[in-house]
Each structure stands twice: as C-alpha cells, then as structure tokens.
Design a protein around this ligand. Structure first.
Ligand SMILES: CC(C)=CCC/C(C)=C/CC/C(C)=C/CC/C(C)=C/[C@@H]1[C@@H](COP(=O)(O)OP(=O)(O)O)[C@]1(C)CC/C=C(\C)CC/C=C(\C)CCC=C(C)C
Ligand SMILES: [Mn+2]
Length: 384
C-alpha cells in the first residue's frame, strides 16, 4: 500500500519536458585568469569547447527554468489529502521529509542547523536533495562501494527518471519527487552527479584542470545548481539569474577543490590523484612524489598555487550568496566560510596533506556562525 501512496503523492514531473524547449546557447562563461593563463588550462591548448563552456550551457538551462517558474503557484498539497486505510498521502509525505531531516541532522549537523532558519517548505526540500546526494555518493564511497558497477549506477539513474516522473521507489525518493514537482529543479544536474560517480569508477588521473573542472562540476557544482531553485533568489535581487547560478556552481567547484586538496594523502592510498598532471609536472612533481608523501619546497609551491585557485572560486561564489532569499543565505555563508577555512588549515599544517588531516576546530567553527549570520543580514549586491 505504501508504494501506491508514494505514487499518489507525487505528480508528474515537468522540468524535463521544459528543458527540451530551451534553445542551446553559445554564451561563454567569464574567462578566469589564474597566474596569467586561463584557470581552465586546456581551453587554451584545445580549440574545442572547454569544460567550463560546456558546463555553462547547463547553467543557462537551469536559469531558464527558474525564469519560467517565477509567478507559477506552488502545488496545493491539501487537495491531494485523500485517505487510504486511515493514512493520507500528506502523512506519508511528511514522514518521508522528516526522515530526510533526520539523515541530514546525522551527517551534516551544522548545515542542518542552518536549514532551520529557512521556511519549512524550503528546508525540507533542501533536506530531500541533500539525502539524494548523500545516497548517490554512498554508492561509490560507502560500505558496499566495492560491489558497485556501472550497471548499478544505470539502475540508480532509472530510479531518478522514475522519481522525476512521479514514481518514487522508496520514501526518501518520494520526498525528492515531491520537491522536484514544486520547484523548478531540473533533472540534468542529478544525472550529471551520477555521471561523476561513473567517472570515479574508471578514472583515477586528470591530465589537466579542464578535466578536473568537469569532474568537480559533476560531483559538486551540480549541488549548487540543484539547490538554488529551492533556496530561491531574493525578489529584490538585481542580478541576472544566470550569474546567481554561476556563483552557485562556483561554490560547488570551490568545495570540491578544497576536498581534493585536503584528501591528497587519503586518495593516494586508494591509488587516486585528483590533481592536474600537467600542473604537477610544471612544478617538477609526479605521482611518485605524491605516493612518497614528502613535503618539499616544490610541493609547498604547488600547493600554494592550488589553494590560490580554490580561493578564487570561493571569491566568485561569495558574490552570489547575497542574491539568494534572505532566509537561505545563512546556511550558505556558514558552509562557505567553514569550507574555506580548510584551506587555511592546510597552510597551518605546512602543506602536509599527506598524513595530517586539515581540520577546522570547534571554536573556529562556532566563531564562523555569527559571522555567517552577519553576512546573511546584508542586502543584495549587484552581480551582473
Ligand atoms: C549563489 C550561491 C553561492 C548559492 C549556493 C549554492 C549551494 C547551496 C552550493 C552548495 C555547494 C556544496 C555544498 C557542494 C557540495 C560539494 C561536495 C563536498 C561534494 C561532495 C562530493 C564527493 O566528494 P568526495 O567523495 O571526494 O568526498 P567525501 O569524502 O565523500 O566527502 C560529495 C560528497 C557529493 C555529495 C554532496 C553532498 C552530500 C552535499 C549535498 C548538499 C546539499 C544538497 C545542500 C547544499 C546546501 C548548503 C547550504 C551547503
Ligand atoms: Mn564521497
């Protein structure tokens, strides 16, 4: 019966159909300059479109969806509150969202606290997205990761298609199914995250930043694109929707680059090097140096460069946070400030990310929360 109820509570998705109506755009992302050359290095070497340009197409599509949705009314759940065996669809859905909240509170306490400032509707929608992302990551990083095959990811993607069409497979999917029916959330970033997990199964080296950028978009930039339609853009914002999405994308990229820099040693022990091979070579380094795990001056200089680039993405992201709905800003500021401090911690560890985990202590963490709150109170800037 639960299965039937889950089906009933989630109406047909509409975002996918809308996507095909949006023309492809040739718009180019802003050119980032990093040490005098484009931050996406192979864009220079390779006359074909860079990863950044390809990802920007997704940004434009997501922004177009938001524009379509503006002015449309949210679905009226009350109208679907018909009882079956004394249990209403409303009850089941509430329980599903509560479960998402519990998972979120368990795995990401600070972020969970931040979401409590959001409106109840938005908060539970963000939880549903969080839970889907966490489950997707667990497929390749969780206890059963060694059994995960590309076919298992194909099945996970089929489940995603189904939930977007209002046919959730389980309770947690039902919450997301409801969320995507209410907010202009497109399926593409979700599919792209699965693509990132597929990549992780077969790829353990990145020849240049262009390749790494695409990976970071898949596993983390996508989170920004999924979240903005739910968090909402401030009605008083004068910025273009595209620029806000771009900032959200940048926050995901910045977070993932930081993750990568923090986890160099841990990843190396799994045979993985998520650092651009051409940049390592430019600093006279190779995989062997990483497996050896010695902090040398070459390594320090290389790391300084990598940290500089990650900070550049955080700086770009910052410009967009104030354009979000005021109630959504605090958790975003909090996560931005906390994550960025991991880069400071790597520096404090004298760039030893082989055997020392960069960690932001509780005191610093808590000190960031009022700072985040203060920034969240500030009004919108003008991001074009
Ligand atoms: C305009 C503007 C700036 C808007 C804000 C947009 C926004 C909310 C961006 C969120 C960016 C964000 C938190 C990205 C997540 C990056 C991340 C850490 C990805 C991890 C991937 C895989 O990493 P890896 O396996 O190498 O590392 P682990 O050892 O496993 O950590 C992920 C684990 C992918 C899965 C992601 C999540 C579980 C997080 C999902 C989070 C949300 C849906 C909520 C985002 C909202 C806020 C407020 C942070
Ligand atoms: Mn992971």
């Amino acid at each position: 019966m639960a299965g039937v109820l889950l089906w009933v509570v989630c109406p047909k998705g509409n975002a996918t159909a809308m996507l095909s109506l949006i023309p492809r755009s040739g718009n180019k992302p802003k050119k980032r300059s990093f040490n005098g050359v484009s931050a996406v290095s192979s864009a220079v070497a390779n006359p074909a479109r860079s990863s950044e340009e390809r990802v920007y197409d997704v940004v434009l599509k997501q922004a177009a969806l938001v524009k379509e949705q503006r002015g449309r009314k949210a679905l009226d759940l009350e109208k679907r509150d018909e009882k079956t065996d004394g249990v209403s669809a409303w009850d089941v859905l509430n329980e599903a969202y509560d479960r998402c909240g519990e998972v979120c509170a368990e795995y990401a306490k600070t972020f969970y606290l931040g979401t409590l400032l959001m409106t109840p509707e938005r908060r539970r929608a963000v939880w549903a997205i969080y839970v889907w992302c966490r489950r997707t990551d667990e497929l390749v990083d969780g206890p059963n990761a060694s059994h995960i095959t590309p076919r298992a990811l194909d099945r996970w993607e089929k489940r995603l298609d189904d939930l977007f069409e209002g046919r959730p497979y389980d309770m947690l999917d039902a919450a997301l199914s409801d969320t995507v029916s209410k907010y202009p959330v497109d399926i593409q970033p979700f599919k792209d995250m699965i693509e990132g997990m597929r990549l992780d199964l077969v790829k353990s080296r990145y020849i240049n930043f262009d390749e790494l950028y695409l990976y970071c978009y898949y596993v983390a930039g996508t989170v920004g694109l999924m979240s903005v339609p739910v968090m909402g853009i401030a009605p008083e914002s004068k910025s273009s929707v595209e620029s806000v999405y771009n900032a959200a994308l940048d926050l995901g990229i910045a977070n993932q680059l930081t993750n990568i820099l923090r986890d160099v040693g841990e990843d190396a022990r799994r045979g993985r090097v998520y650092l651009p091979q051409d940049e390592l070579a430019r600093f006279g380094l190779s995989d062997d140096d990483i497996f050896r795990g010695q902090v040398t001056d070459r390594w320090r200089n290389f790391m300084k460069d990598q940290i500089k680039r990650a900070r550049m993405f955080f700086d770009e992201a910052e410009k967009g946070v104030s354009e979000l709905n005021s109630a959504s800003r605090w958790p975003v500021w909090a996560s931005l400030l906390l994550y960025r401090q991991i880069l400071d911690a790597i520096e404090e560890n004298d760039y030893n990310n082989f055997s020392k985990r960069a960690y932001v202590g509780k005191v610093k963490k808590f000190a960031s929360l009022p700072v985040a709150y203060g920034r969240a109170l500030m009004g919108t800037s003008k991001l074009i």
